[in-house]
Design a protein around this ligand. Structure first.
Ligand SMILES: CC[C@H](C(=O)O)C(=O)SCCNC(=O)CCNC(=O)[C@H](O)C(C)(C)COP(=O)(O)OP(=O)(O)OC[C@H]1O[C@@H](n2cnc3c(N)ncnc32)[C@H](O)[C@@H]1OP(=O)(O)O
Length: 274
């Protein structure tokens, strides 16, 4: 296990090429504290070569997947830490939201697939954190997202409003605003219908099995093809993306690796047929 963050209630470590971002604060139902936000700020800050400490950690340790998870039974995260925000000075809190937002941004903008494991509900910024990853996998059916920010008189501040429209084009900016204003909850069945939950599992064991299978498939893929494929999200223009897809297909079609894998396919079939 390789550790980047080793706090009591917030850890980031890599094990078997999977990066686990873990929240473990039962006393606050995984509220994101000022201290957590300070750590997020430090590891998300992009240095002169435009790479953050977090991204450097992922790259140097050959990370295949990023998992965001809670170890607190019955909840993913209760969002902003209301006690810290109540008692914290203005200067202490001034970078709070932007730090968390920067960390959330890396989760879906970096070239490694990320997934939030939702075994319980999320509230306010906690719902935004759950939306920050590429995928959401539910364990059980308690994975509701409660947009409670306006209960405290503020809009969402960790990038969640934009992410909702990105992940669900049918949720226009106006509809997202209406959801936030009304402090709406998106319950499990609605999240499934909106494709905001990508896979659902009955228990943690089947979820971990699926994660390990995913990791193994990534490891079996040729690293050069994997790298080129995982750059696609950086191309916003549809025509340029089409051109890029043609270029990378032609780059690998019938190369030595492609031919070897075709040979292996038939060799395995012939062996099984014997
Ligand atoms: C832009 C984001 C925005 C911001 O940063 O300002 C926000 O995210 S605002 C916060 C949005 N969060 C919420 O609306 C959730 C508030 N919490 C609750 O509704 C409940 O606590 C709930 C549903 C999460 C859990 O309810 P449950 O009955 O299971 O537990 P308790 O309510 O008794 O709480 C247990 C314990 O946790 C503390 N707690 C809970 N939420 C927070 C929080 N967000 N910040 C700090 N502490 C929190 C609660 O105070 C209890 O501690 P105790 O010492 O026993 O009083």
């Amino acid at each position: 296990m390789i550790k980047l963050v080793d706090g009591e209630d917030f850890t980031i470590h890599i094990l078997n090429n999977i990066c686990f971002v873990t929240f473990s604060s039962p006393s606050t139902r995984n509220a994101i504290s000022l201290r957590m936000s300070a750590v997020m700020q430090e590891i998300s800050w992009k240095s002169e070569n435009n790479i953050s400490i977090f991204e450097k950690f992922l790259k140097e340790n050959n990370c295949f997947l990023i998992i965001v998870q809670s170890t607190v039974r019955g909840i993913f995260s209760s969002g902003g830490n209301l006690s810290d925000l109540k008692n914290g000075s203005k200067e202490l809190c001034q970078n709070y939201a932007s730090s968390i937002k920067a960390f959330c941004e890396i989760l879906h903008s970096c070239s490694i697939p990320s997934v939030t494991l939702l075994a319980g509900p999320a509230y306010g910024g906690g719902a935004e954190l759950a939306l920050a990853t590429d995928f959401r996998w539910s364990i059980g059916k308690k994975s509701d997202l409660h947009f409670t920010q306006m209960r405290f008189g503020i809009p969402a501040g960790w990038g969640g409003m934009q992410r909702l429209s990105e992940l669900c084009p049918q949720l226009s900016p106006k509809k997202v605003s209406a959801i936030i204003v009304a402090k709406m909850s998106l319950l499990y069945d609605q999240l499934i219908r909106l494709n905001l939950i990508d896979r659902s599992f009955l228990n943690i064991k089947s979820c971990i099995k699926a994660l390990n299978e995913w990791r193994d498939e990534i490891e079996l893929s040729p690293s050069d093809v994997r790298y080129d494929l995982m750059q696609r999200h950086k191309i916003n223009d549809a025509y340029q993306l089409q051109e890029y897809d043609i270029k990378i297909f032609d780059k690998y079609f019938l190369n030595l690796e492609h031919k070897n894998r075709i040979d292996n396919f038939f060799a395995k079939r012939n062996k099984n047929a014997e």
